[in-house]
Design a protein around this ligand. Structure first.
Ligand SMILES: NC(=O)c1ccc[n+]([C@@H]2O[C@H](COP(=O)([O-])OP(=O)(O)OC[C@H]3O[C@@H](n4cnc5c(N)ncnc54)[C@H](OP(=O)(O)O)[C@@H]3O)[C@@H](O)[C@H]2O)c1
Length: 338
């Protein structure tokens, strides 16, 4: 696709990095938006084949319309992958900028969680398809905010398309696994590490074996998909003129028990407890957030005139995972040297 420019939002992320790789390999010129242009966040993109000639990185935050518009200008298509912190405002900024730049198609990444959670009025036993929407009231009741944000952002994107005539299509992937191109662990890969440390699968929980994983896990079925298939699917729906509306992309199912057994057989030597300073540290899970996301959240609350309390802790990391990350980031810092 020489001569065709497309924009990928959140280009340094897990799925986005694979998509950028695929697009570059097909000859597209890619405008990638990132919040941080440092090598740590973008080095893996700059090293991709054809990146030197065909990849332009733009420092842009979703909440800044002008920055997004500058990144999208001159593009024929947009792939919107950024995470949810500013779900609706951010998506609307991208769509408005896409309209202004007269792009031909916008592909928005939603999620299977916007499809399958307790859908209202969906007949028992009927296969859940693209007409099925998760019940946001139910999700709010159980305080499951990620699906709420994905439903709202996806609905807003499709509605914007209907209102303005902009060609908007969405992709709803299951839980995405597979190799990473980016150096930082993303949420779904992080979840695998967490799961591997489970202390009990519907069994007896022994608090003396503090592995840092969940106490116990419900053995339910998960819809999963390989990250490289997600990149293929994104490009396929971008390049297929007949594509419209939503597209579920969740080709495999696996039970948590089978996944856990698979992980354990693949990584038999995975040590949950490390030697050294961490032995003195309780390896509990921390709920964390990036300071920029906190700022986003504050602005969002202000903009939507929200009321009441708002938990802002989208990620979790165990102390044992945080420590090697810090050591890697600050190798010369004396206190954490071996
Ligand atoms: N992974 C899964 O299992 C899965 C499953 C279904 C759907 N999805 C959806 O797929 C999309 C990508 O997921 P992923 O797993 O690839 O996530 P990821 O690796 O965490 O990437 C998310 C990207 O969003 C960027 N971002 C977050 N907030 C931003 C903001 N305010 N302004 C600009 N950029 C911002 C991040 O940039 P920084 O690096 O600067 O933080 C990062 O590049 C998301 O929409 C997610 O909901 C993921």
């Amino acid at each position: 696709m020489a001569g065709v420019s497309v924009c990928v939002t959140g280009a340094g992320g897990y799925i986005a990095s694979w998509l950028v790789k695929l697009l570059l390999s097909r000859g597209y010129t890619v405008h990638g938006t990132v919040r941080d242009l440092s090598d740590m966040k973008t080095g893996h993109l700059k090293r991709l084949q054809n990146a030197a000639e065909n990849l332009r990185l733009f420092k842009a935050d979703l909440l800044d319309y002008d920055m997004m518009a500058a990144a999208i200008a001159g593009c024929q298509g947009v792939f919107h992958l950024q995470m949810l912190a500013p779900a609706v405002t951010g998506t609307t900024n991208v769509l408005k900028a896409a309209s202004a730049a007269k792009v031909q198609r916008v592909v928005v990444v939603s999620s299977i969680v916007a499809v399958e959670i307790n859908p209202k009025g969906w007949p028992e036993g009927k296969v859940r398809d693209e007409n099925c929407w998760s019940d946001t009231e139910f999700c709010r009741k159980i305080k499951s905010w990620y699906p709420v944000a994905k439903v709202i952002a996806e609905e807003a994107a499709l509605e914007y398309g209907r209102q303005t005539g902009l060609d908007v299509v969405t992709l709803n992937p299951g839980l995405v696994f597979g190799p990473q191109l980016q150096p930082m662990v993303n949420a779904s890969s992080q979840f695998l590490i967490y799961l591997l440390k489970v202390r009990s699968l519907h069994g007896i929980f022994d608090p003396s074996t503090d592995t840092g994983g969940p106490d116990r896990v419900r053995d339910k079925l998960w819809h999963i998909v390989d990250v490289r298939d997600v990149a293929d699917a994104l490009l396929l729906i971008y390049e297929s003129p007949e594509a419209s509306g939503r597209h579920i992309c969740a080709p495999h199912v696996i039970s948590v028990r089978d996944l856990l057994n698979l992980l354990k057989s693949k990584y038999p030597d995975y040590t949950c407890l490390t030697k050294g300073p961490a032995d003195q540290m309780r390896n509990k899970l921390w709920h964390i957030d990036d300071v920029c996301d906190v700022a986003d959240a504050l602005l969002l609350l202000y903009e939507v005139q929200a009321s009441g309390r708002h938990i802002c802790a989208p990620h979790f990391i165990s102390a044992y995972e945080l420590l090697p990350l810090l050591k890697n980031m600050y190798p010369d810092y004396p206190c954490i040297a071996e």
